[in-house]
Design a protein around this ligand. Structure first.
Ligand code: ADP
Length: 291
């Protein structure tokens, strides 16, 4: 038998990935087509699914075997209890998930078409109460090898996380916040989809790989990895770019494909893969997630 250290000396290893982000209860209905303004459509049975871009990305990385710590806010309500329990069940550390008496938990209303496309309304609730001083007290932000954040919490929280981190800052500007321009200067790896890239540079959605590359290069960020839906992803660095195609799959629901991509990318960076290898891994994992 190997000698055991005294109980007091046993310390849990710290998180490899810290996600500073949103957690929502997603209310999902399958529809034939998403309604246009003024239209009412009948859908299938309502499903209540834990979501939020931050929580989705945290769970994706934890499922890939990483130690993940989540920093965010839920309401002091039943949805908050459900969300905390779900993250815990997914082996995500929730010591940094704060309870907020003054606001309900975040929610997302999601209509999913039979072809897998979707339309989403988000009610941020407690997610928008996360402050910079909340972040300052979280050691997980400072110690993780990768800080992963999105656009569903406050600018104050994201900037504080960027200041306190010592690891690689991977930022997914989704959904695109109006304050995105104030974060770009702190980001190591920017991960927009094509729509977000267009918005970031004030142009229409790029449909051609060369235009995607030119737009990404115009952003002052050491590395941009643009997700391209069924076309995979484009890695853009100062010295060149590389297209990583997606495998052919039959998507059932593309709702959280971008979140699976970001979780897998963070996992790959923790494991020391280079940006191309990391993107190849993220493209495979996110394609599988659409099925
Ligand atoms: P978002 O979901 O954030 O809008 P994308 O639609 O670009 O982002 O999807 C993110 C990633 O998911 C893509 O880079 C790709 O790797 C994968 N993906 C999405 N849709 C498909 C698809 N139809 N077939 C294969 N992979 C897909």
């Amino acid at each position: 038998m190997s000698p055991q250290p005294p109980a007091g000396d046993r310390t849990e290893p710290g998180p490899e990935i810290c996600v500073v982000g949103s957690v929502n209860l997603d209310l999902v209905v399958g529809v034939d087509h998403v309604p246009v303004v003024g239209e009412t459509v009948l859908g299938g049975d309502l499903r209540r699914i834990p979501g939020g871009k931050g929580a989705n990305q945290a769970v994706a990385a934890a499922r890939l075997g990483r130690r993940v710590s989540f920093v965010g806010r839920v309401g002091d309500d039943e949805a908050g209890d459900v969300l905390r329990a779900e993250l815990t069940a997914a082996r995500v550390d929730v010591a940094g998930l704060l309870s907020t008496p003054s606001a309900p938990s975040g929610a997302a209303l999601i209509a999913v078409q039979a072809d897998g496309d979707n339309a989403i309304v988000v009610s941020p609730g407690a997610n928008h109460r996360l402050t910079g001083s909340d972040i300052g007290s979280m050691t997980s932000v400072a110690v993780a090898a990768v800080l992963l954040a999105q656009g569903e919490v406050t600018l104050d929280a994201v900037l504080a996380a960027a200041r306190h981190r010592t690891g690689l800052f991977v930022w997914n500007p989704a959904p695109m916040p109006e304050w995105a321009g104030q974060v770009l200067g702190s980001v190591d790896v920017l991960v927009p989809n094509q729509t977000e890239l267009g918005t970031l540079v004030g142009a229409s959605v790029p449909d051609d790989l060369e235009v995607v590359a030119a737009m990404a290069r115009s952003i002052e960020c050491p590395m941009t990895i643009v997700t391209l839906g069924a076309a995979g992803a484009l890695v853009v660095e100062a010295h060149g770019d590389r297209h990583v195609p997606a495998p052919m799959v039959r998507p059932v629901d593309t709702t959280a494909a971008g979140d699976a991509f970001c979780g897998a990318l963070a996992d790959a960076f923790v494991r020391g893969l280079d940006p191309i290898e990391a993107t190849e891994w993220a493209v495979r994992v996110s394609a599988a997630a659409t099925m």
